[in-house]
Design a protein around this ligand. Structure first.
Ligand code: NAD
Ligand code: UGA
Length: 493
């Protein structure tokens, strides 16, 4: 097993593989880094001379890519060639929730990871370190190792059969701050096997990070601890949001202010101030998927109480999104049919073009069930992405707790046709056009620019009463109230 690495491959050129490898290449000019993907369009976009076309929008990423692309950073569709050349191979493919068969709607779908392992086993002729960068259920390394070790011997090969060792090196970056998080991580976690090969591999990877990460922030653990720490970190982060969102509902009933409560508890150094921002609900590709994955694992190991505990974090998040939509409908005199509702923001958080699991999708769907006309403005999300998100949801509704409640009250949600979606949903290039003549505005993403709009001009062009539902608590309450808006915030009575 190599302990000095000069050639890295990364399978998967997505939100994690692209930025992570760009930073490794930037900080390690002596290492050749090749990022490969089966998606040709994605690779072409990573190679575009126009850096505004990079497939992932992240502040500062264009600079990092510009510095090392075609020097020691390469993007390619030649997966086999990259595997053959590299001493270390990162697997950074998607691990979505299964949408079929056993574990549907809960377990992680590992088919892409398995394909990578099989491909490496088929192609490799020399020893390789395989690094799990994707977020995986605990004990996946065992499955990868089994596949690698079962690779058939090559009878005509002059060299001995290659050896493989698997490391777990989960990624903790958050979207929107990926470059900052990669340049200055709280910690880098490397889990490896306890034998000599495992220890050499850990050292090889730690040496790469040591080019820019202080030694005390590079943590090494047993492989299973590393795999489980990633799911646990996301579960704890999401749990904080669900906890404060649960209390936002109580604040609205009692006249307490959720931001004041969050500040008051966050000054306790044992609790800490971060990740206590109440919102319309967390989104993003990972929190929900990783918690459901954890819940599935707990059920698999016959730990139903543990499973139920963590599942509640996701149920509460469903509740929060539905509660926001219901508040809009209730306030608009119990129907939004034919009414123009403007959405500010579609991305799951600011400073990203990613919309996966964005709360906006679910809120829009609830309002569309009531036949609202939705007018959307987001500074970074392309129009077709928005239609695709809504169309995808129609086919892949998860049996959510709140939808079950909803079914008790009325009919289950209707599946809307693409035509209906395109008739009712309009995407705008400017915010003012989206809000003109609107009955209500809903803030779904906390983009900074929303704070600095000309709110008097917006008020003048709206229908009255001019309702604003601030799902992120970012707008200036006093200013909006003085202008005459009917403003409703999360967690304020
Ligand atoms: P993504 O969907 O953006 O990218 C995955 C890429 O892998 C896609 O471009 C896909 O075409 C490619 N791919 C799939 N199978 C392939 C194969 N066999 N050969 C070559 N390419 C293949 O996903 P992502 O957001 O980058 O997430 C990747 C992993 O990282 C997931 O496990 C996720 O949970 C984890 N993660 C994501 C984040 C995040 O912020 N997005 C943060 C930490 C961890
Ligand atoms: C999250 C974690 O923060 C990363 O550490 C992790 O690597 C990543 O998931 C992953 O595994 O994919 P990300 O989803 O990119 O990162 O973004 P976050 O900043 O965590 O935000 C997630 C969601 O929670 C967003 O919708 C955000 O608006 C919401 N949120 C966040 C709140 O509603 N309140 C908060 O206080 C913080």
């Amino acid at each position: 097993i190599p302990n000095k690495v000069t050639n890295i491959a990364c399978i998967g050129a997505g939100y994690v593989g692209g930025p992570t490898m760009a930073v490794i290449a930037q900080k390690c000019p002596h290492i050749k880094v090749t990022v490969v993907d089966i998606n040709e369009k994605r690779i072409a976009d990573w190679n575009d001379i126009d850096l505004s076309k990079l497939p992932v929008y992240e502040p500062g990423l264009d600079q990092v890519v510009a510095e090392s692309r075609d020097r020691n950073l390469f993007f390619s569709t030649d997966v086999e060639g990259a595997i053959r050349e590299a001493q270390m191979i990162f697997i950074s493919v998607n691990t979505p929730t299964k949408t079929y068969g056993i574990g549907k709607g809960m377990a992680a779908d590992l088919k892409y990871v398995e394909l990578c392992a099989r491909q490496i086993a088929d192609v490799a002729t020399e020893d390789k370190i395989i690094v799990e960068k994707s977020t995986l259920p605990v004990r996946t390394a065992q499955a990868i190792r089994t596949i690698m070790n079962a690779a058939p011997a090559r009878p005509n090969s002059p060299s001995p059969a290659p050896r493989f060792t698997v490391l777990s090196n989960p990624e903790f970056l958050a979207e929107g701050t990926a470059v900052k998080d990669l340049h200055n991580p709280d910690r880098v976690l490397i889990g490896g096997e306890e034998d000599e090969d495992g220890q050499r591999a850990i050292e090889a990877l730690a040496t790469i990070y040591a080019n820019w990460v202080p030694g005390e922030r590079i943590l090494t653990t047993r492989i299973w601890s590393s795999e489980l720490s990633k799911l646990t970190a996301n579960a704890f982060l999401a749990q904080r949001i669900s906890s404060i969102n649960a209390l936002s509902a109580l604040c609205e009933k009692t006249g307490a202010d959720v931001d004041e409560v969050a500040h008051a508890i966050g000054t306790d150094s044992r609790i800490g101030p971060k990740f206590l921002k109440s919102s319309v609900g967390f989104g993003g590709s990972c929190f929900q998927k990783d918690i459901l994955n954890l819940v599935y694992l707990c059920r698999h190991f016959n730990l139903p109480e543990v499973a139920d505990y963590w599942e509640q974090v996701v149920k509460l998040n469903d509740y929060q999104k539905q509660r926001f939509a219901k508040q809009i409908i209730d306030t608009l005199f119990n129907t939004v049919s034919g009414k123009k509702i403007a959405f500010l923001g579609w991305a799951f958080k600011k400073d990203t073009n990613d919309t996966r699991e964005s709360a906006a999708i679910y809120v829009a769907d609830e309002l569309l069930q009531d036949r609202a006309e939705i007018h959307i403005y987001d500074p970074k999300v392309p129009t077709e992405r928005i239609y695709a998100d809504l169309e995808y949801l129609q086919q892949h509704r998860r049996p959510q707790a709140v939808i079950a409640d909803r079914a008790k009250q009325s009919d289950p949600p209707e599946t809307l046709s693409s035509e209906a979606i395109r008739r009712l949903v309009h995407v705008h290039k400017t915010p003012y056009a989206a809000m003109e003549q609107a009955h209500a505005i809903a803030v779904l993403t906390e983009w900074d620019e929303f704070r600095t709009y000309d709110w008097q001009k917006i008020y003048d062009a709206m229908r009255k009463p001019a309702f604003v539902f601030d799902g992120r608590n970012i707008l200036n309450r006093e200013e909006l109230n003085n202008i005459g808006f009917e403003l409703q915030s999360i967690g304020r009575g």
